[in-house]
Design a protein around this ligand. Structure first.
Ligand SMILES: *Cc1c(COP(=O)(O)O)cnc(C)c1O
Length: 390
């Protein structure tokens, strides 16, 4: 591991130069890699020699990305996938057996929820959602077949912050593998392994690329777990493309400066929204009014780029707000240079019942903003003029 600081590693961790001595490393567009002779090929396949064989297994661009994220997260090993969901799926598919039981928090990414409720039951893998605010009920949910505890923090879109240290203690007590989807925070703001997580997953599509261009996913963590995930992944084919790995690795060079600005802009917008009469409440982890403010301060460096707020007037007011926006984008993505607004109750979470929405903190007038890197005054002017029109 390097002795450099986060920002330096993000820039200076690079694959070895080729004979051209290029300053910025190239994209390795090759499906396979050649060998000197029969002996080198034998030794490589026997695992005696560590080098690239085939890009479905490893590729220099993917390796650079993995080394960088491992260093950022303080993890020894990792593997990069084509999308965040490929990382989530490969992790579970590699680690679980038919009949295993999963524990998770209720507020998780929509496709992960679909995996748990529609796909895994095919293999008799059952999921129990825990109420994160009521730890006293957790012990009763554990079964002899319980294998994994999976969570996101901050959660989407209610931005609850879950105490990672407490969850890690619970997992040690019950011998559960503790996995965190760290997509909203990024390793710049939160390093779950320092609090006891064993695997950390990212949708690199979000803040890691940060410019809404390419898809990617990565899982990093403990050696034995990553070995299982690697074996599963190299045989089933969800590897990241060299181009996407190159793009994301380049983007990581600016992660720290981008996140600083995302967080500054988001905090300012959150503070101003709190004073608006048409806004019922604002959810942002670094606002003192946030119910988990103390936990956020303990485990996060800053509050992140995501905030949610509830406009008075329910579904209609929420939709009116989106319609009145002039600059902010209406799109399902997040973690982009561009500010993005969504109305979860009528879009991403429309299939849930009203009761299910309440359980994950989605009120009818909830607006989620992924605060971008435009000038904060331009973001604010767009939001305030739209608020005036609801
Ligand atoms: C987007 C997202 C994912 C899935 O990542 P993709 O790259 O879209 O496959 C998983 N978890 C969280 C929290 C996300 O925001």
């Amino acid at each position: 591991m390097s002795n450099n600081r986060f920002e330096t590693d993000a820039i200076r961790i690079q694959v070895a130069q080729t004979e051209e001595k290029e300053h910025s490393n190239p994209v390795f567009f090759t499906s396979s890699f050649t060998f000197e002779d029969a002996e080198e090929m034998r030794a490589t396949f026997a695992g005696e020699k560590d080098r690239n064989i085939y890009s479905r297994f490893t590729n220099p661009n993917a390796e650079e990305l993995v080394r960088k994220v491992c260093t950022m997260e303080g993890a020894p090993f990792g593997y990069a996938h084509a999308t965040g969901m490929a990382s989530v799926y490969a992790t579970f598919a590699a680690l679980l057996n038919a009949g295993d039981h999963l524990l998770s928090c209720r507020s998780i990414f929509g496709s992960t929820h679909t995996l748990f409720t529609k796909i895994f039951p095919k293999w008799n893998i059952e999921t129990t959602y825990l109420d994160v605010a009521d730890m006293d009920t957790w012990d009763d949910a554990v079964k002899p077949s319980s294998k994994v505890f999976y969570l996101e923090s901050p959660t989407n879109p209610a931005l609850e912050v879950i105490d990672l240290e407490l969850v890690a203690d619970f997992c040690r007590k019950h011998n559960l593998i503790f996995i965190v989807d760290n997509c909203f925070a990024t390793p710049y703001l939160q390093r779950p392994m320092e609090f006891g997580a064993q695997l950390v997953i990212h949708s690199a599509t979000k803040y890691m690329d940060g410019q809404g261009r390419v898809m990617g996913g990565i899982v990093v963590g403990e050696k034995e777990l990553i070995e299982e995930i690697y074996t599963f992944s190299r045989s089933t084919g969800p590897a990241i493309s060299p181009f996407n790995a190159w793009t994301i690795s380049k983007s990581l060079e600016t992660l720290a400066v981008r996140m600083d600005r995302h967080c500054d802009n988001a905090l300012q917008i959150a503070q101003r929204l709190e004073k608006e009469e048409k806004v019922e409440y604002v959810l942002y982890p670094f606002l003192p009014s946030h119910p988990n403010y103390a936990i956020a301060k303990k485990q996060m460096k800053a509050g992140g780029g995501m905030l949610s707020f509830n406009v008075k007037g329910g579904i209609v007011a929420g939709r009116n707000f989106l319609n009145a926006l002039q600059m902010c984008s209406l799109t399902a993505n997040l973690g982009d240079t561009r500010t993005i607004a969504t109305h979860p109750a009528s879009t991403t979470h429309a299939k849930l019942t009203e009761e299910e929405r309440n359980e994950v903190g989605i009120s009818p007038g909830l607006i989620r903003i992924s605060v971008g890197l435009e000038h904060v005054e331009d973001i604010w002017e767009d939001i305030i003029q739209a608020l005036q029109k609801i």
